[in-house]
Design a protein. Structure first.
Length: 93
């Protein structure tokens, strides 16, 4: 599911509901669906999204800086492993 916008949010009966949207080929907003999160898990889910986004941001920064060690993201943004990536170098001969 591609989410580009949160149209509305409500909290009722212990459930956070987020109506989300995306754009179609004409540039019009269309409903993509509803995300429903149990109220007791809202903080945890938001934290997991934040951790995952920060991990990905860090990886992109490292890639853009040309570093060779890129952390491997596990489920829920847990970062524990490192994998090697190949970088291309030009021969100066």
């Amino acid at each position: 599911m591609l989410i580009e916008k949160i149209n509305s949010a409500s909290f009722a009966n212990g459930i956070l509901r987020l109506q989300v949207a995306t754009t179609n080929g004409r540039g019009e907003w269309i409903e993509a669906g509803t995300i429903e999160i149990p109220g007791v898990l809202v903080a945890s889910v938001i934290n997991q999204i934040s951790v995952a986004a920060n991990d990905i941001s860090g990886q992109l920064t490292q890639i853009n800086e040309g570093k060779t060690d890129v952390p491997d993201i596990e489920e829920n943004g847990a970062e524990n492993k490192t994998k090697k990536t190949k970088t291309k170098t030009k021969d100066k001969n």
